[in-house]
Design a protein. Structure first.
Length: 455
Protein backbone atom coordinates (compact mmCIF):
# COMPACT_ATOMS: atom_id res chain seq x y z
CA UNK A 1 0.00 0.00 0.00
CA UNK A 2 1.41 3.40 -0.94
CA UNK A 3 1.47 6.39 1.39
CA UNK A 4 -0.15 9.73 0.62
CA UNK A 5 2.72 11.83 1.96
CA UNK A 6 6.04 11.98 0.11
CA UNK A 7 8.92 11.12 2.39
CA UNK A 8 6.89 8.74 4.53
CA UNK A 9 6.86 4.97 4.20
CA UNK A 10 4.69 2.11 5.34
CA UNK A 11 6.28 -0.97 6.88
CA UNK A 12 5.90 -2.87 3.61
CA UNK A 13 7.38 -0.01 1.60
CA UNK A 14 10.38 0.13 3.93
CA UNK A 15 11.06 -3.55 3.40
CA UNK A 16 10.64 -3.15 -0.36
CA UNK A 17 13.07 -0.22 -0.49
CA UNK A 18 15.61 -2.14 1.58
CA UNK A 19 15.37 -5.15 -0.69
CA UNK A 20 15.84 -2.90 -3.74
CA UNK A 21 18.95 -1.36 -2.14
CA UNK A 22 17.41 2.14 -2.05
CA UNK A 23 17.71 2.16 1.76
CA UNK A 24 20.75 0.69 3.48
CA UNK A 25 20.57 2.43 6.87
CA UNK A 26 17.70 2.50 9.37
CA UNK A 27 17.87 4.89 12.32
CA UNK A 28 15.85 3.64 15.28
CA UNK A 29 15.32 6.65 17.54
CA UNK A 30 13.88 7.39 20.94
CA UNK A 31 13.60 10.77 22.62
CA UNK A 32 15.54 11.36 25.82
CA UNK A 33 14.59 13.60 28.75
CA UNK A 34 16.19 16.60 27.08
CA UNK A 35 14.11 16.15 23.92
CA UNK A 36 17.01 14.86 21.81
CA UNK A 37 16.79 11.93 19.42
CA UNK A 38 18.98 9.07 20.59
CA UNK A 39 19.36 5.54 19.31
CA UNK A 40 21.23 3.45 16.76
CA UNK A 41 21.98 3.41 13.07
CA UNK A 42 21.25 -0.11 11.89
CA UNK A 43 22.32 -1.87 8.75
CA UNK A 44 19.03 -2.15 6.90
CA UNK A 45 19.47 -5.79 5.81
CA UNK A 46 20.41 -6.78 9.35
CA UNK A 47 17.31 -4.95 10.63
CA UNK A 48 14.89 -6.88 8.44
CA UNK A 49 16.71 -10.23 8.27
CA UNK A 50 18.41 -10.85 11.61
CA UNK A 51 16.46 -8.50 13.90
CA UNK A 52 13.16 -9.22 12.16
CA UNK A 53 12.27 -5.48 12.35
CA UNK A 54 13.13 -5.03 16.01
CA UNK A 55 13.00 -4.27 18.85
CA UNK A 56 16.53 -3.06 19.52
CA UNK A 57 18.04 -2.85 22.99
CA UNK A 58 19.98 0.04 24.50
CA UNK A 59 21.36 1.00 27.89
CA UNK A 60 18.82 2.33 30.37
CA UNK A 61 21.03 5.28 31.30
CA UNK A 62 19.80 7.01 28.15
CA UNK A 63 16.71 8.02 30.16
CA UNK A 64 18.62 8.72 33.37
CA UNK A 65 21.50 11.00 32.45
CA UNK A 66 22.18 14.72 32.27
CA UNK A 67 22.84 16.83 29.18
CA UNK A 68 26.46 15.63 29.09
CA UNK A 69 25.30 11.99 29.25
CA UNK A 70 26.80 11.56 32.70
CA UNK A 71 25.41 8.70 34.77
CA UNK A 72 23.43 10.27 37.59
CA UNK A 73 22.59 8.62 40.90
CA UNK A 74 19.14 8.73 42.42
CA UNK A 75 16.86 7.54 39.61
CA UNK A 76 14.47 4.68 40.30
CA UNK A 77 14.62 3.59 36.65
CA UNK A 78 18.25 2.48 36.69
CA UNK A 79 21.50 2.73 38.65
CA UNK A 80 24.92 1.23 39.24
CA UNK A 81 23.29 -1.01 41.85
CA UNK A 82 20.86 -2.41 39.26
CA UNK A 83 23.65 -2.80 36.72
CA UNK A 84 22.42 -0.27 34.13
CA UNK A 85 20.63 -2.96 32.16
CA UNK A 86 19.01 -2.62 28.76
CA UNK A 87 15.72 -1.14 27.65
CA UNK A 88 13.91 -2.23 24.50
CA UNK A 89 13.29 0.27 21.71
CA UNK A 90 10.07 -0.90 20.07
CA UNK A 91 9.64 0.49 16.53
CA UNK A 92 6.42 2.36 15.77
CA UNK A 93 5.99 1.49 12.09
CA UNK A 94 3.50 4.33 11.55
CA UNK A 95 6.39 6.81 11.95
CA UNK A 96 8.80 5.78 9.16
CA UNK A 97 10.35 8.73 7.31
CA UNK A 98 13.15 9.23 4.86
CA UNK A 99 16.21 11.17 6.07
CA UNK A 100 17.24 12.87 2.82
CA UNK A 101 20.27 14.70 4.20
CA UNK A 102 21.91 11.28 4.70
CA UNK A 103 22.32 8.84 1.84
CA UNK A 104 19.91 5.88 1.64
CA UNK A 105 18.65 6.44 5.18
CA UNK A 106 15.26 6.10 6.88
CA UNK A 107 14.24 6.76 10.49
CA UNK A 108 11.71 5.01 12.70
CA UNK A 109 10.57 6.42 16.04
CA UNK A 110 10.39 3.93 18.87
CA UNK A 111 8.61 3.59 22.18
CA UNK A 112 10.56 2.37 25.18
CA UNK A 113 9.81 -0.83 27.07
CA UNK A 114 11.60 -2.97 29.58
CA UNK A 115 13.16 -6.09 28.12
CA UNK A 116 10.17 -7.91 29.63
CA UNK A 117 7.86 -5.81 27.46
CA UNK A 118 6.49 -3.35 30.04
CA UNK A 119 6.12 0.30 28.92
CA UNK A 120 8.59 2.71 30.52
CA UNK A 121 6.39 5.46 31.92
CA UNK A 122 9.09 8.14 32.08
CA UNK A 123 9.84 7.95 28.34
CA UNK A 124 8.74 11.35 26.97
CA UNK A 125 6.90 9.88 24.01
CA UNK A 126 4.92 7.65 26.34
CA UNK A 127 4.15 10.56 28.70
CA UNK A 128 2.41 12.22 25.76
CA UNK A 129 0.83 8.96 24.55
CA UNK A 130 -0.95 8.72 27.91
CA UNK A 131 -2.48 12.17 27.44
CA UNK A 132 -3.46 11.30 23.86
CA UNK A 133 -5.25 8.24 25.23
CA UNK A 134 -7.13 10.39 27.76
CA UNK A 135 -8.27 12.67 24.95
CA UNK A 136 -9.43 9.66 22.94
CA UNK A 137 -11.47 8.42 25.88
CA UNK A 138 -13.45 11.64 25.64
CA UNK A 139 -13.81 11.35 21.88
CA UNK A 140 -11.21 13.99 21.01
CA UNK A 141 -7.99 14.21 19.02
CA UNK A 142 -5.40 16.89 19.60
CA UNK A 143 -3.62 18.89 16.92
CA UNK A 144 -0.54 21.02 17.40
CA UNK A 145 2.06 23.06 15.61
CA UNK A 146 5.40 23.90 17.21
CA UNK A 147 7.14 27.02 15.87
CA UNK A 148 10.87 26.80 16.52
CA UNK A 149 13.30 29.69 16.35
CA UNK A 150 17.07 29.26 16.09
CA UNK A 151 20.18 31.40 15.71
CA UNK A 152 22.48 30.56 12.80
CA UNK A 153 26.24 31.17 12.86
CA UNK A 154 28.91 31.05 10.16
CA UNK A 155 31.19 29.20 12.60
CA UNK A 156 31.32 25.41 12.69
CA UNK A 157 30.27 23.57 15.83
CA UNK A 158 33.93 22.69 16.44
CA UNK A 159 34.99 26.34 16.12
CA UNK A 160 32.20 27.40 18.45
CA UNK A 161 33.27 24.83 21.03
CA UNK A 162 36.95 25.80 20.80
CA UNK A 163 36.13 29.49 21.25
CA UNK A 164 34.07 28.82 24.35
CA UNK A 165 31.05 30.01 22.33
CA UNK A 166 32.45 33.57 22.37
CA UNK A 167 32.80 35.97 19.44
CA UNK A 168 30.74 33.85 17.06
CA UNK A 169 29.66 35.34 13.73
CA UNK A 170 25.87 35.35 13.31
CA UNK A 171 24.53 34.88 9.80
CA UNK A 172 23.03 38.38 9.97
CA UNK A 173 24.53 41.41 11.70
CA UNK A 174 21.22 43.19 12.25
CA UNK A 175 17.54 42.50 12.94
CA UNK A 176 16.11 40.69 9.88
CA UNK A 177 12.58 40.15 11.21
CA UNK A 178 10.43 39.72 8.09
CA UNK A 179 13.32 41.02 5.94
CA UNK A 180 13.53 39.40 2.53
CA UNK A 181 16.90 40.96 1.83
CA UNK A 182 18.40 39.82 5.12
CA UNK A 183 17.10 36.26 4.88
CA UNK A 184 18.20 35.91 1.25
CA UNK A 185 21.83 35.88 2.41
CA UNK A 186 21.33 32.52 4.08
CA UNK A 187 18.62 31.20 1.75
CA UNK A 188 20.93 28.50 0.32
CA UNK A 189 21.21 26.90 3.76
CA UNK A 190 17.66 27.62 4.92
CA UNK A 191 16.33 26.42 1.57
CA UNK A 192 18.22 23.17 1.89
CA UNK A 193 16.77 22.64 5.37
CA UNK A 194 13.24 23.36 4.13
CA UNK A 195 13.49 21.06 1.13
CA UNK A 196 15.07 18.30 3.22
CA UNK A 197 12.25 18.47 5.77
CA UNK A 198 9.66 18.40 2.97
CA UNK A 199 11.36 15.30 1.60
CA UNK A 200 11.18 13.80 5.10
CA UNK A 201 7.39 14.07 4.99
CA UNK A 202 6.85 17.44 6.68
CA UNK A 203 4.62 20.11 5.18
CA UNK A 204 6.64 23.33 5.13
CA UNK A 205 4.70 26.58 5.50
CA UNK A 206 7.29 29.36 5.51
CA UNK A 207 10.62 30.72 6.66
CA UNK A 208 11.20 34.19 8.11
CA UNK A 209 13.84 36.18 9.87
CA UNK A 210 13.53 37.02 13.55
CA UNK A 211 14.78 39.77 15.87
CA UNK A 212 18.09 38.50 17.23
CA UNK A 213 21.11 38.65 14.95
CA UNK A 214 21.17 35.54 12.76
CA UNK A 215 17.81 34.37 14.13
CA UNK A 216 15.32 32.59 11.87
CA UNK A 217 12.19 30.46 12.03
CA UNK A 218 10.93 27.71 9.73
CA UNK A 219 7.25 26.89 10.22
CA UNK A 220 5.55 23.59 9.42
CA UNK A 221 1.88 22.67 9.17
CA UNK A 222 0.12 21.36 12.27
CA UNK A 223 -0.39 17.63 12.81
CA UNK A 224 -1.71 15.26 15.44
CA UNK A 225 0.14 15.47 18.72
CA UNK A 226 2.53 12.52 18.55
CA UNK A 227 3.23 12.96 14.87
CA UNK A 228 4.06 16.64 15.27
CA UNK A 229 6.36 16.00 18.23
CA UNK A 230 8.18 13.35 16.20
CA UNK A 231 8.58 15.94 13.42
CA UNK A 232 9.82 18.52 15.92
CA UNK A 233 12.62 16.23 17.10
CA UNK A 234 13.61 15.22 13.57
CA UNK A 235 13.64 18.85 12.43
CA UNK A 236 15.95 19.92 15.26
CA UNK A 237 18.32 17.04 14.58
CA UNK A 238 18.23 17.58 10.83
CA UNK A 239 18.70 21.35 10.99
CA UNK A 240 21.82 20.90 13.12
CA UNK A 241 23.20 18.13 10.92
CA UNK A 242 22.59 20.07 7.70
CA UNK A 243 24.16 23.21 9.20
CA UNK A 244 27.22 21.14 10.18
CA UNK A 245 27.45 19.68 6.66
CA UNK A 246 27.47 23.25 5.32
CA UNK A 247 30.23 24.43 7.69
CA UNK A 248 27.84 26.39 9.91
CA UNK A 249 26.16 25.90 13.27
CA UNK A 250 22.87 26.84 14.83
CA UNK A 251 21.41 26.81 18.32
CA UNK A 252 17.91 26.33 19.69
CA UNK A 253 18.89 27.24 23.25
CA UNK A 254 16.27 29.44 24.89
CA UNK A 255 18.56 32.41 25.58
CA UNK A 256 21.89 32.55 23.76
CA UNK A 257 22.67 36.14 24.70
CA UNK A 258 21.04 39.22 26.19
CA UNK A 259 18.99 39.89 23.06
CA UNK A 260 15.78 38.05 22.12
CA UNK A 261 15.68 34.37 22.96
CA UNK A 262 14.59 31.41 20.83
CA UNK A 263 10.94 30.60 21.33
CA UNK A 264 8.87 27.52 20.60
CA UNK A 265 5.29 28.73 20.33
CA UNK A 266 2.91 25.78 20.60
CA UNK A 267 -0.47 25.99 18.86
CA UNK A 268 -3.08 23.58 20.19
CA UNK A 269 -6.64 22.65 19.30
CA UNK A 270 -9.00 19.68 19.63
CA UNK A 271 -11.34 17.92 17.23
CA UNK A 272 -13.86 15.15 17.73
CA UNK A 273 -13.31 11.74 16.16
CA UNK A 274 -15.20 12.86 13.05
CA UNK A 275 -12.72 15.70 12.57
CA UNK A 276 -15.03 18.50 13.72
CA UNK A 277 -13.22 21.27 15.68
CA UNK A 278 -14.55 21.47 19.23
CA UNK A 279 -12.99 24.79 20.31
CA UNK A 280 -15.29 26.82 18.02
CA UNK A 281 -18.74 27.77 19.26
CA UNK A 282 -21.35 30.48 19.74
CA UNK A 283 -19.98 32.11 22.90
CA UNK A 284 -17.95 35.30 23.09
CA UNK A 285 -15.02 35.43 20.64
CA UNK A 286 -16.46 32.42 18.83
CA UNK A 287 -15.54 30.07 21.70
CA UNK A 288 -17.25 26.87 22.71
CA UNK A 289 -17.87 26.28 26.41
CA UNK A 290 -15.30 23.48 26.18
CA UNK A 291 -12.64 25.87 24.90
CA UNK A 292 -13.36 28.30 27.70
CA UNK A 293 -12.84 25.64 30.35
CA UNK A 294 -9.76 24.26 28.60
CA UNK A 295 -8.16 27.70 28.34
CA UNK A 296 -9.03 28.41 31.98
CA UNK A 297 -7.20 25.21 32.91
CA UNK A 298 -4.12 26.39 31.03
CA UNK A 299 -4.17 29.63 33.00
CA UNK A 300 -4.76 27.91 36.32
CA UNK A 301 -2.26 25.08 36.11
CA UNK A 302 0.51 25.82 33.60
CA UNK A 303 2.54 27.65 36.22
CA UNK A 304 2.84 24.54 38.40
CA UNK A 305 3.60 22.44 35.29
CA UNK A 306 6.24 24.89 34.06
CA UNK A 307 9.03 22.33 34.53
CA UNK A 308 7.69 20.63 31.38
CA UNK A 309 7.31 23.96 29.56
CA UNK A 310 10.66 25.48 30.54
CA UNK A 311 12.92 22.57 31.51
CA UNK A 312 16.40 24.09 31.80
CA UNK A 313 18.34 26.67 33.82
CA UNK A 314 18.67 28.79 30.69
CA UNK A 315 14.94 28.59 29.93
CA UNK A 316 14.13 31.12 32.64
CA UNK A 317 16.55 33.74 31.31
CA UNK A 318 14.15 34.18 28.39
CA UNK A 319 11.24 35.57 30.43
CA UNK A 320 12.06 39.27 30.15
CA UNK A 321 9.57 42.13 29.83
CA UNK A 322 9.35 43.53 26.33
CA UNK A 323 11.07 40.53 24.75
CA UNK A 324 8.02 38.79 23.22
CA UNK A 325 8.55 36.02 25.79
CA UNK A 326 5.67 36.06 28.29
CA UNK A 327 5.93 36.65 32.01
CA UNK A 328 2.27 36.83 33.10
CA UNK A 329 -0.23 33.98 33.12
CA UNK A 330 -2.85 35.81 31.09
CA UNK A 331 -4.70 35.20 27.85
CA UNK A 332 -5.62 37.62 25.12
CA UNK A 333 -7.02 37.78 21.62
CA UNK A 334 -3.99 38.09 19.32
CA UNK A 335 -1.99 39.62 22.19
CA UNK A 336 1.67 38.62 22.02
CA UNK A 337 2.42 39.91 25.52
CA UNK A 338 0.30 37.18 27.15
CA UNK A 339 1.32 33.63 27.97
CA UNK A 340 -1.65 32.38 25.95
CA UNK A 341 -2.63 34.05 22.68
CA UNK A 342 -5.87 33.03 21.00
CA UNK A 343 -5.69 33.13 17.21
CA UNK A 344 -7.79 31.95 14.27
CA UNK A 345 -11.48 32.25 13.55
CA UNK A 346 -14.31 29.75 13.35
CA UNK A 347 -13.05 26.20 12.84
CA UNK A 348 -9.40 27.36 12.96
CA UNK A 349 -9.65 28.93 16.42
CA UNK A 350 -6.86 27.73 18.69
CA UNK A 351 -4.60 28.70 21.56
CA UNK A 352 -0.94 29.55 21.15
CA UNK A 353 1.17 28.91 24.24
CA UNK A 354 4.08 31.35 24.15
CA UNK A 355 5.89 30.02 27.23
CA UNK A 356 8.33 27.39 25.83
CA UNK A 357 11.72 28.17 24.33
CA UNK A 358 13.55 26.33 21.59
CA UNK A 359 15.12 24.04 24.21
CA UNK A 360 11.80 22.46 25.18
CA UNK A 361 11.05 18.73 25.01
CA UNK A 362 7.92 18.86 22.80
CA UNK A 363 6.36 15.65 24.11
CA UNK A 364 6.50 16.84 27.71
CA UNK A 365 5.36 20.38 26.89
CA UNK A 366 2.36 19.26 24.86
CA UNK A 367 1.51 16.67 27.52
CA UNK A 368 1.55 19.41 30.16
CA UNK A 369 -0.76 21.64 28.12
CA UNK A 370 -3.22 18.81 27.53
CA UNK A 371 -3.17 17.87 31.21
CA UNK A 372 -3.78 21.45 32.35
CA UNK A 373 -6.55 21.96 29.81
CA UNK A 374 -8.31 18.72 30.69
CA UNK A 375 -8.17 19.65 34.36
CA UNK A 376 -9.92 22.91 33.51
CA UNK A 377 -12.60 20.98 31.61
CA UNK A 378 -13.09 18.49 34.45
CA UNK A 379 -13.47 21.32 36.96
CA UNK A 380 -15.59 23.48 34.62
CA UNK A 381 -13.28 26.38 35.42
CA UNK A 382 -14.65 29.78 34.43
CA UNK A 383 -12.54 31.72 31.96
CA UNK A 384 -11.39 35.18 33.09
CA UNK A 385 -11.86 38.11 30.74
CA UNK A 386 -9.30 38.42 27.97
CA UNK A 387 -6.46 40.79 28.72
CA UNK A 388 -6.05 43.89 26.59
CA UNK A 389 -2.88 45.93 26.73
CA UNK A 390 0.62 45.22 27.97
CA UNK A 391 0.66 42.04 30.04
CA UNK A 392 4.21 42.78 31.19
CA UNK A 393 2.76 45.53 33.40
CA UNK A 394 0.09 43.33 34.97
CA UNK A 395 -0.05 42.01 38.52
CA UNK A 396 -1.31 38.58 37.39
CA UNK A 397 0.54 35.44 38.55
CA UNK A 398 3.86 35.21 36.76
CA UNK A 399 6.00 32.41 35.45
CA UNK A 400 8.59 31.04 37.89
CA UNK A 401 11.84 32.94 37.60
CA UNK A 402 14.20 30.00 38.12
CA UNK A 403 14.33 26.28 37.45
CA UNK A 404 14.55 25.66 41.18
CA UNK A 405 11.23 27.43 41.73
CA UNK A 406 9.65 25.43 38.92
CA UNK A 407 10.89 22.16 40.45
CA UNK A 408 9.29 22.98 43.79
CA UNK A 409 5.97 23.80 42.13
CA UNK A 410 6.01 20.64 40.02
CA UNK A 411 6.95 18.42 42.95
CA UNK A 412 4.06 19.79 45.01
CA UNK A 413 1.53 19.73 42.17
CA UNK A 414 -1.44 17.42 42.63
CA UNK A 415 -2.30 18.05 38.98
CA UNK A 416 1.10 16.76 37.86
CA UNK A 417 0.85 13.62 39.98
CA UNK A 418 -2.68 12.84 38.84
CA UNK A 419 -1.89 13.53 35.18
CA UNK A 420 1.51 11.84 34.87
CA UNK A 421 1.86 9.60 37.93
CA UNK A 422 4.26 9.83 40.87
CA UNK A 423 6.93 7.83 39.03
CA UNK A 424 7.15 10.39 36.24
CA UNK A 425 7.06 13.35 38.63
CA UNK A 426 9.84 11.91 40.80
CA UNK A 427 11.99 11.13 37.75
CA UNK A 428 11.85 14.61 36.24
CA UNK A 429 12.07 16.40 39.59
CA UNK A 430 15.28 14.50 40.33
CA UNK A 431 16.69 15.28 36.88
CA UNK A 432 16.00 18.99 37.37
CA UNK A 433 17.53 19.03 40.85
CA UNK A 434 20.68 17.46 39.41
CA UNK A 435 20.79 20.28 36.86
CA UNK A 436 20.28 22.95 39.52
CA UNK A 437 23.07 21.46 41.65
CA UNK A 438 25.43 21.39 38.66
CA UNK A 439 24.68 25.03 37.87
CA UNK A 440 25.11 26.12 41.48
CA UNK A 441 28.54 24.46 41.52
CA UNK A 442 29.70 26.17 38.31
CA UNK A 443 31.75 29.37 38.22
CA UNK A 444 30.53 31.52 35.34
CA UNK A 445 32.16 34.12 33.11
CA UNK A 446 29.81 36.69 34.68
CA UNK A 447 31.32 36.01 38.09
CA UNK A 448 34.87 36.26 36.78
CA UNK A 449 34.22 39.54 35.01
CA UNK A 450 32.51 40.99 38.09
CA UNK A 451 34.92 39.70 40.67
CA UNK A 452 38.40 38.95 39.31
CA UNK A 453 39.76 42.47 39.81
CA UNK A 454 37.04 44.51 41.42
CA UNK A 455 36.04 42.42 44.41
Amino acid sequence: MSTSAPGRLTRDELIEQIELGAIDTVILAITDMQGRLQGKRLDARFFIDDLDLGPVEGCSYILASDVDMNTVDGFALTSWESGYGDLAFEPDFTTIRMVPWHEKTAIIFANVHTVAGEPVAVSPRQVLEHQVALLAQRGWRGFTGTELEFILFHDTYEQAWSSGYRDLTPSNQYNVDYSLQGTSRVEPLLGRIRRSMRDAGMIVESVKGECNFGQHEIAFKYAELLDKCDEHGLFKLGAKEIAAQEGSSLTFMAKFNEREGNSCHIHLSLRDLAGVPVFAGDLDHGFSALFGHFLAGLLAYSRELSLFLAPNINSYKRFVAGSFAPTAMLWGIDNRTCAFRVVGHGPSIRVECRIPGGDVNPYLAVAALVAAGLRGVDESLPLPESFDGNAYDSTAPHMPTTLNEAVLLFDQSAVAREAFGSEVVAHYVHAARVEVAAFNAAVTDWERYRGFERL
